[in-house]
Ligand binder design. Structure first.
Ligand code: 9YT
Length: 142
């Protein structure tokens, strides 16, 4: 079993900053869960374009007010506490933070650790992917 707290990650290498956000990476690939789990803060008044071509991401808002725009269609959706969005098509999108947003983010395949966005709005692919992410958890210990 893994037990850790957000507090103990702050200021460590699992606390990753970019221009518009701060991602506290609670679970990463090395934790062997098959996904990564992040507590992410998006800074108030910012907009962030992203397109995770190498990952699927689900995002659950727990604080703040914002909007997401799907660039393929121009459709915009409000983001408020209790809203989840899932980028099931590697959707090219912009996230607008009308106030500071606090988001719980899950990535599949999991991030390895220090990824930040490339100029294409994506994280790079894992250079050493598991053969089958669904079937490759770490060794089971009882
Ligand atoms: C919502 C979103 O994707 N923000 C960028 C940071 C990313 N979620 C992360 O690495 O936590």
């Amino acid at each position: 079993m893994i037990v850790r707290t957000l507090q103990e990650l702050i200021g460590t290498e699992r606390d990753v900053h970019d221009a518009t956000w701060n991602s506290r990476r609670l679970l990463l690939k090395a934790d062997g869960m098959g996904f990564s789990l992040h507590d992410t803060l998006i800074h108030a008044g910012t907009q962030t374009r992203m397109c995770y071509r190498n990952h699927l991401e689900a995002v659950y808002c727990i604080e703040g007010q914002g909007e997401i725009e799907a660039l393929a269609t121009g459709q915009r959706h409000a983001i408020v506490p209790g809203t989840v969005y899932a980028l099931d098509r590697h959707d090219d999108h912009v996230l607008y933070a009308h106030s500071a947003l606090r988001l719980v983010c899950v990535f599949n395949p999991p991030l390895t650790g220090l990824e930040t966005h490339g100029s294409d709005g994506a994280y790079p692919p894992d250079p050493d992917p598991d053969p089958d992410p669904e079937l490759a958890p770490r060794e089971v210990r009882r």
